[in-house]
Design a protein around this ligand. Structure first.
Ligand code: ARG
Length: 446
């Protein structure tokens, strides 16, 4: 006997059941704690509008907190004949409390339930993304400061171009993460709006107090229009995917640089031994597999917005079962991003740089513009100085002065790492993670 919230007299074919439930039992486990939180907020509101008695609310809340504890302790599962997490929670309540458990679904649909679950889940994940991204940011800044006097060639077209430094190289990726963080915050703030009460996507004739559930769940505000609230399914995940792709994009580029700089032909950086892997045939090998995998995984993560986009492409407004499939690509993305962020942070922290790169004469030409500028200071017009130095180089008469002075903002001698850190801190403060935590603690009676 199947346990379906909607089953009436006809039993569903087992193959159809397998096909329609798909991977939901697996994916919904990630949503379970949030489903319970959404239900506690919903019933608290139902009591306030007279659809539950105070006593029923107390009993139901206690039982829901109990289920939450079970989830936290790993003692929650979605049974084989139960469709999804929403059905499982309602089933547990009804088993425990009888008819009272059946009352909690008034004024609600699984459509706004899964929406609110996903938003609460996303909020928590994005907090972790922000924290881990900040950690990588800090490690990059440490390395930038530590190596700010060590010069390296800067390239354009992969041709030796101008003097750069490890201060600039590490610091550039740190600053890149500030823009990624801002994007993440936009996705966070869009996710942090309450869809609950939109029910199947068109609201309810019960006088639901949506302002109350917004406050109870610690949302920044609500998705007011119920039709728009339902449109948040898929749109939220897509926005977040774009934000994750930003961070992944920064890491993928950094990983490629690191692989290149670690090659013997460059020899600019040395990766920690434990981060390299050997070859089964060539005894000398120390391969940068960690960065190669970061690069590939981060490139894969950059495909996520497209995957989501195509799944929901051209759907008109209103709920469709198509949206269920987004969970399968969206939810696993977080774990993959965390792995990459953790690994990148570990390896950046331990990376050693070569302090003697410029002793190799092949890099001499990168000081050409320094010499041109010196002549400009001495009164020669830029184009003439450019030509003189160019001819000197062609004639083999150029000896570089490697004592360079770059002073403007963001240059080798003035990295502005403190300003970049301040910018990052200002963005981080604007998430207001503390507000959501307080609300959740309150719902759980902590
Ligand atoms: N598993 C479904 C999903 O993720 C839950 C919502 C079901 N709603 C429905 N109308 N069939 O979308």
């Amino acid at each position: 006997m199947a346990n379906k919230l909607w089953e009436k007299n006809v039993q569903v074919n087992a193959d159809i059941d397998r096909f329609t439930v798909g991977r939901d039992r697996e994916m919904d486990l990630f949503l379970a704690p949030y489903d319970v939180l959404g239900s506690i907020a919903h019933i608290t509101m139902l009591e306030s509008i007279g659809l539950l008695t105070a006593e029923e609310l107390n009993t139901l809340t206690a039982e829901l907190r109990h289920i939450y504890q079970d989830i936290e302790n790993g003692n929650f599962r979605i049974e084989d004949d139960v469709e999804d997490v929403h059905s499982q929670v309602e089933l547990l309540l009804t088993r425990q409390l009888g008819d009272m458990g059946k009352k909690i679904h008034s004024g609600r649909s699984r459509n706004d339930q899964v929406l609110v679950d996903l938003k609460l889940y996303t909020r928590d994940q994005l907090k972790q993304v922000a924290q881990k991204t900040h950690k990588l940011f800090e490690e990059l800044q440490v390395q930038s400061e530590r190596n700010k006097h060590i010069l390296m060639p800067g390239y354009t077209h992969l041709q030796v171009a101008m003097p750069s430094s490890f201060g600039l190289w590490f610091g550039a990726y740190a600053e890149s993460l500030t823009d990624d963080m801002l994007f993440l915050q936009a996705a966070y703030r869009m996710a942090n709006r309450n869809p609950l009460g939109s029910a199947a996507g068109y609201g309810s004739s019960f006088p639901l107090n949506r302002t109350m559930t917004t406050r109870l769940l610690g949302f920044e505000g609500l998705n007011h229009n119920v039709v728009y609230a339902q449109m948040g399914r898929g749109k939220t995940e897509r926005n977040v995917a774009f934000a994750l792709a930003g961070i992944a994009g920064t890491m993928a580029k950094m990983a490629y640089d690191a692989c290149l700089y670690n090659s013997q032909n460059f020899g600019f950086v040395k990766l920690p031994d434990e981060c390299t892997t050997g070859s089964s045939i060539m005894p000398h090998k120390k391969n940068p597999d960690v960065f190669e995998l970061i690069r590939a995984k981060c490139n894969k993560l950059q495909a996520l917005p497209n995957q989501i986009l195509l799944i929901m492409n051209n759907l008109p407004c209103g709920y469709f079962r198509d949206l269920q499939i987004i969970k399968e690509v969206f939810i696993p993305a977080f774990g993959e991003l965390y792995d990459c962020l953790d690994m990148a942070t570990y390896i950046i922290e331990r990376m050693k740089v070569n302090e003697h790169i410029l002793e190799d004469e092949r890099y001499n030409a990168m000081f050409s513009v320094e010499e041109v500028n010196r002549r400009v200071y001495a009164g020669t017009p830029f184009r003439d100085a450019y030509k003189q130095v160019g001819l000197d180089i062609e004639a083999g008469r150029f000896t570089p002065d490697k004592n360079i002075r770059h002073t403007h903002e963001g240059s080798i001698g003035n990295l502005c790492n403190a300003e970049i850190a301040q910018h990052m801190d200002a963005i981080l403060r604007e998430f207001h993670f503390e507000q959501t935590q307080e609300a959740v603690d309150h719902l759980l009676g902590k």
